[in-house]
Design a protein around this ligand. Sequence first.
Ligand SMILES: C[S@@+](CC[C@H](N)C(=O)[O-])C[C@H]1O[C@@H](n2cnc3c(N)ncnc32)[C@H](O)[C@@H]1O
Length: 831
Amino acid sequence: MGRKAEYSEKQKKGPGRKARKQGPPSFPKKSFAPLEDEDKKLTHRQKQRMVKREQKKVVQKAKLKEKRAQQPRKQKKYNSDSEPEDEVANQQAGSSEEEVPQLVPIKKQKLNGTAATNSKSKKQQKPSKPESDEEPEDEYDESDNELDADSDDQEEVDGEEEEMEELDGEEASDDDDDDEAQVGKLDDLFADDDDDEEEAGSEEDASSDDEDGSDDDEDDDDENDEKLPIELANKKLKKRLAKEAKMADEEMQMTVDQSEVFQLPEPGEEFDAEMSLQDVQQRIKDITQVLTDFAKYRQEGRSRSEYVDQLRRDLCLYYSYNEFLMEKLMDIFKLSDLLEYLEASEVARPLTIRTNSLKTRRRDLAGALINRGVNLDPLGKWTNVGLVIFNSTVPLGATPEYLAGHYMIQGASSMLPVIALAPQENERVLDMCSAPGGKGSHIAAVMKNTGVLFANDSNRDRIKAVVANFHRLGIVNAVVSCEDATKFRNIMTGFDRVLLDAPCTGTGVVSKDPSVKTTKSEIDVQRCYNLQRKLLLTAIDCVDAKSSTGGYIVYSTCSVLPEENEWVVDYALKKRNVKLVPLGIDFGEPGFTKFRQHRYHPSLNLSKRFYPHTNNMDGFYVAKLKKFSNTIPITKEEQEADEKQLDEAIAAEEPEASKATDNEEDKEEGQEAVQDAPRKTLGKRAGKPTLTDVEQDLKKKKLEQSKTKYVAKVFEKPVKVPKKPKEDKPTPAAPETATNGKKSEKQSKKVEQPEAQNNGQSPSKKTPPQPKPATKLTEKLAKAKRVDVDEVPLLEGKPIKKQNNLKNKSKQIGQLKKSKPMAGKKQKFKK
Ligand SMILES: C[S@@+](CC[C@H](N)C(=O)[O-])C[C@H]1O[C@@H](n2cnc3c(N)ncnc32)[C@H](O)[C@@H]1O
């Protein structure tokens, strides 16, 4: 039994796949152009092939166009005339493969042996009927062999690639002689596009008045229609780039034109009332450019000096300098450096601190400060104690670490002289101009509180800061004195090392003290360099050339003027038995060996200059000298004459209120400005109002009250001294002896040294013969009653009554508190 088949119900199937394929070919007579419609019907591969074909077509068209442009119009006509014939011939030729014109570049046709003519290639370029007719045929073929499509496609692609390769090869070989061979490269396509654009552009511009051009325009429009979006985008991009390049060229030309026409203002017209700061800045730029190529940019009949003068005036105006200082700076720096220097000097240098290695380590200090919200970093490889502060949420002059003496606020450049001095443990070192004690305390720390450091400064008020800082930092190997350092050779000699951080004009620290820009004059510079010379000769005389460990002098200033630096050192080289040695610092600019008409000793290049724009630190100068003989190379008479000359020069230049810059560290330490009466030696009053008569009187009185010269000692105090029983409590008259026992004796001995020196007895070496022109000051000094050191209360350099400020500061540290109970009540200082 089976079921009966019902064939009648069998669903009718449409024509099979093969049948469908074999259906009658249709050749829609539509154009190839509407890509979107086609797009929907085409497979991915077909689309890819179509894009390729399109590209080739574009290339060929571009080539053809180029050719057409080259050919005389007649020929053009001929070609166009011949087109129909060719078309017919081609139609007759039959083979669809060969008739796909856009796939076959001209060369390929030659290679295939087909009769490729110019006319044919021209026909191929036309989106004429046969082309569009062929497209569906091609499509049909593909659909017809869909089963073999993959392999066929591959073959076709390969074939195309081969064609392209062949073409490329041909192009490479026939590059020069056959233009056609260049067709087919994508780069060339772009190049041709460029040409097209240019043509298009020019045609766009001249479309209305060019008769023939109208045809071309239509062609171009047609081309644009036929181009792929990517090609159009590319075209646009190229157009924009070309436009931008053109604009840049124009701008450049304008700038050149402007600079070419820069005219110096006529004399008397230098500063137009309506000129803004920007105008001045522009003129600075213009003149700078003229001066960089003077022959090219100069204005007829104007000299270089006129430009330089104008530039100086403009720079003064722009940066607020006086002409004197600006001229000096222009002599020091070449133009490009000068502008950088001036710019850098407008900006404050980074805040830096020095770890007090006597109390802490840099790492620990950094940790503690970071915990307080300080953002910091090590200062540089050249220092193992410096830290640079980027920002801080707490005032750095009031942190517990600061008050405990773990660090000193100190400019980076201030650390350099001590690095150069390289003091050793157990040496005798003199810091001639010490206040407020930044470098001095650094020296003590390097010496690890051993040996003896003599910290001297002639400024009575500033010396208080030295004492305060030394206490805070726990320095116990220092003797602090207040003497005119030019006379120090009469007080003490035989030092292993001497640091002379000399008073100067402060031209290197304008970012800290902008008043320097306007207040310094020639006379200030002269006064400074005369004093500096005298101080340096004294410093050399104070050093023992036979020191087993040292014999070095370091000279430093915070000025950039060669008069205060190389010139002073050069003078010393001539007057004493010293030579320059390397600093041991591997950065900074070498010192000058010549400056304007001056020629200095060639070894001056061993000294170093530091600048804000190159080293990001204040302008600074450091030189290191080695004393090689204690004898003085000049005769006694010459020496006397020199001294006299320098004394006279200093006296002649001395103003009522001295002006040299010497409180840079004051600013670092955030201390109050020194408000003392004008002293004979230099002190910084620059830019500050002169004192009123009342103030002057008050200060005179003060001075008279405390006429006594004093030596403040900051000697070691035993940290763990067993407390004496009450009955042993020292009397106010002699607190030290009673409290410190043996130690005190030792201290008294040590402090005797300067006293001995005062009497002209050198402790170690015989004092060099010192002819003494009896100046007023020395007479005064001789008459001045010396304080018996034992009478001086520990840590005090002055009667306590007069040191309330100092006391208040010291209280923070707690040292002074300790001495108070010893004294019982307020001590009175007996003369
Ligand atoms: C640049 S400051 C010294 C800074 C110091 N070295 C420091 O690091 O803190 C120059 C110092 O020289 C002092 N001074 C000026 N003339 C002096 C002289 N004839 N004798 C001693 N000191 C003098 C000033 O009082 C001033 O404190």
